[in-house]
Design a protein. Structure first.
Length: 277
C-alpha cells in the first residue's frame, strides 16, 4: 500500500512510496555490489520483503546522485580510465565505451561517463593543495586532463613508477643492464639510465628513450619521494577502476547509455561509504 503526500510528510517518508527510506537504502547498498536480480533475491532473504529486480533498477535511476563533497585537503590525486559495455540490439556486436575515474587520495573517488568537463569542474571545486601531486600512467588523455586543472594550482606530475618499470621491461636484453637502468630511474637519473644503452642500438631501445624524453619532467627521484611519504605509483586509481569494474563489468552486464552515469555514481557512493551512513 502506497502512502499519500500528507502521510509522507508526517512520517518522514516519500509520497507514493511502498517502502521506508531505510529499505530503499538497503536496496541501493546491495545493488551497488551485484546484479539487480541478485539484489532482489538477497533483499528478500534478508528482510522477507519482495523488491523486484526492475524496481531495484528504478530505485537506482531515480536517485539524485551527485559527485561527493570533499571536506579534507586534497594533496594527491590520480586519474585513469575504465570501460562499460553498452546495450545493443540482439545479434549486434557489443559496444564498449570509456569513462574516467578519479581518486582524490584519502578523500573520495568519483567517475564520469564521457564528461571530461564535468570531472574537471568537480575537481576544481575541491580544496586542492598547492603543489598538488598528480599521478598517472603514460596515457596522453590523463595529462591533458591534469593540464586543465585550476591554473592557480601548482601541479607536481609524477609518472607512475610501475608503468615506467613495465615499459623498461619491454626493452628486453640483458637483465643486468635492465636492473642497472631501473636503479638509476628509481633515483631520478634519466641521463644516467639512457647512457647505459649507448652500446646497444635497437628499435625497442629507441622507443624507450623517446618515452623517457616525453615524460622527462614527470620522472622524479622516486626513492626520495617515497621516503617523504609521497605516492609514486598509481595503485590507488587502478584499485578504484577495478572496484568500479566489479559492478559495471559483472558477467553479462550491459547498460543503457543514459543510465551509465547513475550506476557509476551509485558505485562511487558505495566506495565512499555514503550508503553505509
Amino acid at each position: 500500500m502506497s502512502i499519500s503526500e500528507r502521510q509522507g510528510q508526517r512520517l518522514g517518508l516519500k509520497a507514493r512510496s511502498q517502502w521506508s527510506p531505510y529499505l530503499e537504502k538497503c536496496c541501493l547498498l546491495v545493488s551497488a555490489n551485484e546484479s539487480y536480480q541478485r539484489a532482489a533475491e538477497d533483499i528478500a532473504t534478508l528482510t522477507g520483503i519482495t523488491v523486484s529486480s526492475s524496481t531495484q533498477q528504478r530505485l537506482v535511476h531515480r536517485q539524485g546522485w551527485a559527485a561527493p563533497e570533499v571536506d579534507c585537503g586534497v594533496k594527491e590525486m590520480s586519474l585513469d580510465g575504465g570501460k562499460v559495455r553498452l546495450r545493443t540490439p540482439l545479434g549486434e556486436p557489443s559496444v564498449w565505451r570509456d569513462y574516467k575515474a578519479i581518486n582524490l587520495h584519502q578523500c573520495a573517488v568519483s567517475a564520469y561517463f564521457q564528461d571530461n568537463e564535468g570531472l574537471l569542474d568537480w575537481v576544481n571545486q575541491q580544496p586542492l593543495a598547492s603543489p598538488l601531486v598528480c599521478l598517472g600512467d603514460g596515457h596522453d588523455g590523463i595529462w591533458k586532463a591534469f593540464a586543465q586543472l585550476d591554473g592557480a594550482i601548482q601541479r607536481l606530475e609524477i609518472l607512475d613508477w610501475y608503468h615506467l618499470v613495465e615499459n623498461l621491461g619491454k626493452v628486453g636484453g640483458s637483465q643486468a643492464r635492465l636492473n642497472a637502468v631501473e636503479t638509476r630511474l628509481w633515483n631520478g637519473d634519466v641521463e644516467g639510465a639512457v647512457a647505459l644503452f649507448d652500446d646497444w642500438q635497437h628499435e625497442r631501445v629507441e622507443r624507450f628513450i623517446a618515452y623517457l624524453a616525453k615524460h622527462r619532467h614527470r620522472i622524479v627521484n622516486y626513492s626520495y619521494y617515497q621516503a617523504e611519504g609521497i605516492s609514486v605509483g598509481s595503485g590507488e586509481i587502478e584499485s578504484t577502476v577495478k572496484q568500479m569494474g566489479r559492478r559495471v563489468k559483472i558477467s553479462g552486464a550491459q547498460w543503457d547509455e543514459d543510465n551509465v552515469q547513475s550506476v557509476l555514481w551509485q558505485r562511487c557512493a558505495y566506495l565512499n561509504g555514503e550508503l553505509s551512513r
